[in-house]
Design a protein around this ligand. Sequence first.
Ligand SMILES: C[S@@+](CC[C@H](N)C(=O)[O-])C[C@H]1O[C@@H](n2cnc3c(N)ncnc32)[C@H](O)[C@@H]1O
Length: 296
Amino acid sequence: MEREIYHPPVLLKEAIHYLNAKKGVTFVDATLGGGGHTEAILKANPENRVIAIDRDEEAIERALKRLEPYGDRIAVYHANFSQIDRVLETEGVSEVDGVLFDLGVSHFHLRGERGFTVWQEQPLDMRMDRSQRLTAREVVNELPERKLAEIIFKYGEERFARKIAREVVRRRKVKPIETTTELAKIVEEVIPKKLWAGRKKHPAIKTFQAIRIYVNKEFEEIETAIPKAAHLLKGSGRLVVITFHSLEDRLVKNLFKKLEPEGFKIVTKKPVEPTKEEISHNPAARSAKLRVLKRL
Ligand SMILES: C[S@@+](CC[C@H](N)C(=O)[O-])C[C@H]1O[C@@H](n2cnc3c(N)ncnc32)[C@H](O)[C@@H]1O
């Protein structure tokens, strides 16, 4: 089975184009990660400044090294992007030319040891921000069966959610579920083999996605941040959002629709997708979709 670890900046040219980054001047990268998009924004115009946010301190440390040559053209904040308004206030900036969200986990997360991947035996953690209390271990071992089933169904669109939750609860009574492999095996046993055997996707991927979204409150973060970010744009400023799965994309699409009557225009009626060439170089890009909202 294939492993997904390589993740250079996705839809990079498209993001730079839609952000109007060549014209500049002040941008927010709400998901700094490895700093690939930020660096491209800084290179697009020597006048550009980036205020970057990430909730993962380790990502920030790594990105800061990469971005050292850009000096004070970059300011980095360890924060949730739902706090974008507070970050800009601290920075003394009231409006910006563009905001980028490249959602989800980074390849560092997938390659790391925090239990984001079904492909390696690791402790069940899944926190993007390690200073947060709630971990996947608690979700899997402590939530009531009904709540667990609801999470797996809602955030994973997993039709075997109830059966998976029932089996998880049965097993955890015998012994706590500690690792990614233990959880992945339970899911494998519940989902009929004929539905996944011989396919590239691991049958537990949906369950893992669901637990990750719940642990990191990913949808609450997006629902709070996108309207805030839109209202921080200057006239003609752009909000560019890259998503990686259908639930996330639907959420962003609906948030844009709600914002349109408040003085915004949806630039991308249909989302922009990676070219075949990009996917061939970077398979992690294959499910990416980019949407753009412009302030009138
Ligand atoms: C896909 S990666 C970004 C990759 C980046 N564009 C690059 O070029 O390397 C997403 C990053 O967003 C961060 N992140 C996700 N949700 C966040 C949130 N609610 N607040 C702040 N950072 C978040 C993650 O920690 C991760 O580092």
